[in-house]
Design a binder for this molecule. Structure first.
Ligand code: NCD
Length: 334
């Protein structure tokens, strides 16, 4: 595996392997000194052309916990403001010695383009409406920890702005590949036009859908990805499609609530529900670090100099016996 650009090509076995790796790294993140030398000498660059809190911090934390060096690029403080192209920016970052480049971009397909221009491994950290592979993996990982080991038959309701959501697209693929039964719910204007071929049930009636689910996964209204008014008012949206206190009170006690963040409290989810014991929202964030450690390790610690970095002096020697490295560096980190 050289890149992680989408989830479409991942088989059930691939996904399970990544989740198993994340399991080992979760244990690392819970140690007093949450650091292993697995990627010492490797460099991970984050190249974010869109705003982010958790995904960017999470990748950088994951890289640091694996002892990789990190390079951080944010478009607002870069030469992109002076007109530099995506290709020149990516090749510049690689010339600094990046072995992996984590790309977020508002255009679908941007990470795929970058992968064609550099030798480094490229990880998609969210591209337009297309995909957000590590979010889907961390969601599956979180569910596996609560309802696993198997997700076969688990009923997951994804509610909100599915149309503009890369998270929804990746989650549908990963969760159904792992055997979950996914239903998507939202106003007709916020559901994708073409859902043929999606292995999901579609509904517009949240109250009905909530009677029949094990997990409710809420999505933010992605106003920055919309070019028209797609629902009358926020108040009406919340009344029909928000997980309000009243709706949450009707849920069975063991129904779990998830959200990829950032949340708009009081719109798609009530503040009390977001902070309630059934909410896995902060656990999703914590698990994200372990999952991204697994992904970076898989891409960079394999044999055959995976991850390129050929322009970085010493990359070859830095990999060394990486393929045989102990994933969790037991002993070495204490
Ligand atoms: C999501 C994203 O950026 O796609 N957030 C995230 O990465 N956790 C969801 C969103 O923006 O609403």
């Amino acid at each position: 595996m050289k890149h992680l650009l989408g989830v479409e090509d991942l088989t059930r076995a691939d996904i399970e392997e990544l989740l198993d790796l994340a399991d080992s790294f979760l244990e690392v993140t819970q140690r007093d000194i949450a650091k292993v030398p697995a990627l010492r000498g490797r460099t991970v660059a984050t190249m974010f052309f869109e705003d982010s809190t958790r995904t960017k911090l999470s990748f950088e934390t994951a890289a640091k916990r694996l002892s990789a060096d990190t390079l951080s690029f944010s478009v607002s403080t870069s030469s992109v403001k002076k007109g530099e192209s995506l290709k020149d920016t990516a090749q510049t970052v690689e010339a600094m010695g990046a072995d992996a480049i984590v790309v977020r971009h508002s255009s679908s397909g941007a990470p795929h383009r970058v992968a064609g221009w550099v030798n480094a491994s490229v990880v998609n950290a969210g591209d337009g409406w297309h995909g957000h592979p590590t979010q889907a993996l961390l969601d599956a990982f979180t569910l596996r920890r609560h309802r696993g080991p198997s997700l076969d038959g688990l009923r997951v309701l994804i509610a909100g702005d599915v149309k503009h959501s890369r998270v929804a697209r990746s989650d549908v693929h990963v969760l159904t590949t792992l055997g979950a039964q996914v239903t998507v719910c939202g106003p007709p204007t916020l559901l994708p036009g073409a859902t043929e071929g999606w292995p999901v049930t579609i509904t517009h009636d949240l109250d009905d859908a909530l009677c029949d689910t094990d997990v409710v996964y809420l999505l933010r209204i992605q106003r920055e990805r919309q070019d028209a008014a797609l629902f009358p008012t926020l108040r009406e949206y919340t009344a029909r499609w928000g997980l309000t206190d009243e709706r949450a009170a009707r849920l069975k006690p063991d129904v779990l609530v998830m959200h990829p963040g950032p949340m708009n409290r009081g719109v798609e989810i009530s503040s009390a529900v977001a902070d309630s014991p059934r909410s896995l929202i902060l656990e999703q964030v914590s698990n994200g670090v372990a999952v991204r450690m697994g992904v970076l390790f898989k891409l960079l610690a394999g044999d055959a100099g995976a991850g390129g970095g050929s322009r970085a002096a010493g990359a070859g020697t830095a990999t060394g016996a990486a393929g045989t490295r102990d994933v969790t560096g037991q002993g070495a980190s204490r």
